[in-house]
Design a protein around this ligand. Structure first.
Ligand code: AMP
Ligand code: ZN
Ligand code: FE
Ligand code: FE
Length: 288
């Protein structure tokens, strides 16, 4: 069983549509894929509709959170998307991404970059708007060579000249909301130091005490020593350990299934979840 529990589609800052994503996941030899767009579940319906036979979809989202001034991402799986309190919070976070992106475009213009809001909006379409969409406009303008190259202190990194904060959830609130909606939480790439400050293990221990289910360990942003440290931490605090690609289509170089989660951990996630259930593919036929 090959299981990848963290991917993005055009519902946020990935480049595969949800239908393309599930087809590509099957073509990459995956048996299980989770669709975890930033602060959004809007890709789920299309992914379910297109789900190939042999692939199981885990519905999820990656929630933008902040603790003690440090941004972090919380993966949430198999929650009830219609639970009203959590649905409302997701919408608040998602909607705030628009004025925030407009603020970054304005800052870029003040820095002399001839970027147009209309172009960023066109690149994003109806996606949950993120820095990679702005970065793509910067690539088109020749300001940077790749999307990743825009994530520097010169441009869009957390300490970047054109960076603007977005509304983010307190992770204790996120854990409570996800649990109330029957879902399971996994702290995404907790050791991704090159993205900015990371959350100290003491704080992750507090999240564990508050009901955090697991941490993502095998991820492209973690080196061997990060993984060893995080695995030992997870063992000490009884946290599940996942691995996943964090695939973004052509906006990142990582491939679907490049990192995977052990079937026992996947089994435990599905046992804990009560808000939604993994859906086995029906071969892309429309569901009744
Ligand atoms: P935002 O959600 O708008 O704050 O943008 C953050 C997102 O940008 C992350 O979730 C990643 O998907 C992406 N990202 C962060 N750093 C990089 C990077 N170095 N290269 C490509 N994408 C990145
Ligand atoms: Zn992303
Ligand atoms: Fe993330
Ligand atoms: Fe992600």
């Amino acid at each position: 069983m090959r299981i990848d529990l963290h991917t993005h589609s055009t519902a946020s800052d990935g480049t595969d549509t949800p239908a393309e994503l599930v087809r590509n996941a099957r073509a990459a030899g995956l048996d299980v894929v989770a669709l975890t767009d930033h602060d959004s579940v809007r890709g789920h319906a299309e992914a379910l509709e297109a789900l190939p036979e042999g692939l199981t979809l885990v519905t999820g989202a990656e929630l933008s959170c902040r603790i003690d001034g440090v941004g972090m991402h919380m993966l949430a799986y198999l929650f009830d998307p219609d639970e009203p309190e959590f649905a409302r919070e997701r919408e608040l976070v998602r909607d705030d991404r628009v004025p925030r992106a407009q603020g970054m475009v304005t800052k870029l213009q003040q820095l002399g970059v001839p970027i147009e809001w209309s172009r960023v909006a066109a690149i994003a379409g109806d996606a949950s708007l993120g820095r990679p969409h702005i970065a793509e406009a910067l690539v088109e303008l020749g300001v940077v060579e790749t999307v990743s190259d825009a994530f520097t202190s010169e441009w869009l990194a957390n300490d970047g000249r054109a960076y603007v904060d977005k509304h983010e959830l307190d992770p204790f609130t996120a854990i409570r909301l996800v649990k109330a909606a029957g879902g399971v939480t996994v702290f995404a790439h907790p050791g991704a130091a090159k993205r900015g400050d990371t959350v100290p293990l003491t704080a992750i221990a507090e999240l564990a005490a508050a009901g955090l289910d697991g941490i993502e360990v095998d991820h492209m942003d973690h080196d061997a020593s990060d993984r060893a440290r995080l695995r030992a931490f997870a063992a000490e605090y009884g946290l599940l350990v996942t691995g996943s690609s964090d695939y973004h289509g052509s906006r990142k170089t990582v491939r679907l299934g490049e990192y995977t989660t052990h079937p026992d951990v996947y089994g435990e996630i599905t046992r804990r979840a009560t808000g939604a259930f993994p859906v086995p593919g029906a071969g892309g036929r429309p569901r009744a």
